[in-house]
Design a protein around this ligand. Structure first.
Ligand SMILES: *Cc1c(COP(=O)(O)O)cnc(C)c1O
Length: 476
């Protein structure tokens, strides 16, 4: 049942779901983003240049990113106003609905209340335009003509293509060649929004050409695609690079999700005991939990809310990775970030949750995980698709394979409540729909999915290689 709908319905709703007051749409879209940096228990370790082992200067990043994004990246301001132009685009699909999963609760026989915030209603079908729109707006304001980026499965590329067209800008997307061939509809979506999409490695850049020279049949990788998109930006005066997850400014743009969820839950007089989200780079989950974290540190939370991040056993960055400085990309073009990592040379196993196959994680999640504030759990894709199947049959929405990991964790928590009789409030993020993931569901229904556990030994081997490259590195 849609909680938002209930805010417009004064009578006939079930007991405690009655809304407190009616909010206009205008009031329901947040006016500022929340930045967690000033509220962290420790300062965030800065990204470093491995050659000097010194922090990267913001000035060096301005060649690559829009200036305002670089300022936000290192900002200690707690609240950052959302420009009207950005809110005007958000209005197309925001506020997004918050649902109470009543049919799922019934099927599980749990006393817990389960809510989910649904970001699949955006034009590209996920949470990603929350930051893409902001990045395109700032770039346009600074006179940039075109944005370049990489995409794996196509979620981020579509969000950027959509956002650039909203501000009359061009976009270029380097799409990992295997995905380009396997997911033609994502490519067509990007092209419909006016993007130029190249299968990566491509003939458009030096890094692409040199890889093709050695291996004309290279299937590509996210690391190679990042190198191409970055090269495109730094070799053209009027082009900047755009990034879809991991770094601070991206995560803070996502906090519209959590702020809306707070208003929506307040309408029905509820507050979460636990907040759950899947993590690839960590942007969608951060968008949901950061505003509740602020409630907690500022003493405003009515409960001791817990935060649970869910990853794939095939790519267990936080549950099995080391907390160490590593590059964000395979080609070692990016600075080094202190984060949980499986090693930048990580080759993703062929699982269906394309968005969860990143070797690292947002440094803020790593820090809060070390401090015990954010807990992490990993599930394999068999268990995840079984959970998605129950969700689809009860709630009706078809989730992307990534947030299906959060569904699995929410169901497990609800089943624990059934055992203990606790009436907990569970809030999870359904960060995208699965309409372009029919192959995954086809494989599931045909019984072709396999569970996969990334071996501990491979992490150790990657750490040996990383330390051989950089002998000064320390693990914690
Ligand atoms: C990109 C993506 C993810 C993973 O990225 P985060 O930054 O962790 O959110 C997860 N789910 C969907 C639907 C995505 O598009």
């Amino acid at each position: 049942m849609n909680v938002q709908y209930l805010t417009h319905k004064l009578d006939g709703c079930e007991t405690k779901m009655a809304p407190k007051k009616i909010l206009l749409d205008e009031e329901r879209i947040p006016k500022q983003w929340y930045n967690i940096q000033p509220d962290l228990p420790k300062p965030l370790p800065l990204p470093i240049n491995p050659a000097t082992q010194k922090p990267i200067e913001p000035a060096q990043l301005i060649a690559l990113f829009p200036k305002e994004c670089v300022m936000q990246e290192v900002s200690q301001e707690r609240f950052i106003p959302i420009p009207d132009e950005v809110r005007n685009v958000y209005r197309l699909w925001r506020p997004t609905p918050l649902y109470r999963a009543e049919k799922l609760e019934k099927a599980l026989g749990t006393p817990a209340r389960i809510y989910y915030k649904y970001e699949g209603v955006s034009p590209p079908g996920s949470h990603k335009p929350n930051t893409a729109v902001a990045q395109a707006y700032y770039a346009k304001e600074e006179g940039v003509q075109r944005l370049s980026t990489e995409t794996g499965a196509g979620q981020w590329g579509s969000a950027l293509a959509f956002s650039c067209t909203m501000f009359n800008m061009k976009s270029t997307v380097y799409m990992v060649k295997v995905s380009y061939n396997q997911k033609p509809y994502r490519r067509v979506m990007m092209e419909s929004w006016g993007a130029e999409v190249y299968a990566s490695p491509s003939e458009k850049t030096n890094s692409g050409r040199s890889i093709l020279k050695e291996d004309p049949d290279s299937p590509g990788s996210l690391g190679i695609a990042i190198s191409e998109a970055v090269e495109d930006a730094v070799t053209h005066e009027d082009v900047k690079y755009s990034i879809g997850s991991v770094v601070n400014h991206v995560l803070l743009h996502q906090t519209v999700i959590g702020q809306e969820a707070q208003m929506q839950l307040e309408q029905v007089d509820d507050y979460p005991d636990i907040i759950i989200g899947c993590i690839g780079g960590g942007s969608s989950f951060s968008g949901l939990y950061w505003p509740f974290y602020y409630d907690k540190v500022s003493g405003k939370a009515s409960k001791d809310v817990k935060f649970l991040a869910v990853e794939s056993t095939a790519c267990p960055s936080v549950t099995k990775g080391a907390y160490i400085y590593d590059h964000g990309d395979t080609a070692r073009m990016t600075p080094m970030f202190k984060m949980h990592t499986l090693g930048h040379m990580f080759i993703p196993p062929p699982i269906h949750a394309g968005g969860l196959r990143y070797h690292g994680i947002a440094p803020t999640i790593s820090l809060l995980n070390e401090e015990g504030v954010v807990k992490t759990v990993a599930y394999n894709q068999m268990d995840v698709f079984n959970a998605a199947n129950l969700f689809i049959k009860t709630e009706g929405l078809i989730p992307a394979p990534e947030p299906a990991h959060a569904i699995k964790a929410a169901i497990d928590e609800a089943l624990r409540c059934k055992e203990t009789g606790e009436e907990k409030t569970i809030l999870f993020l359904l960060c995208g729909h699965g309409h372009f993931d029919m192959q995954a569901f086809d494989d599931y229904l045909a019984g072709k999915l396999q569970p996969y556990e990334y071996p501990e030994e491979k992490v150790k081997e990657a750490m040996r290689k990383l330390k051989a490259l950089y002998p000064w590195l320390k693990t914690e």
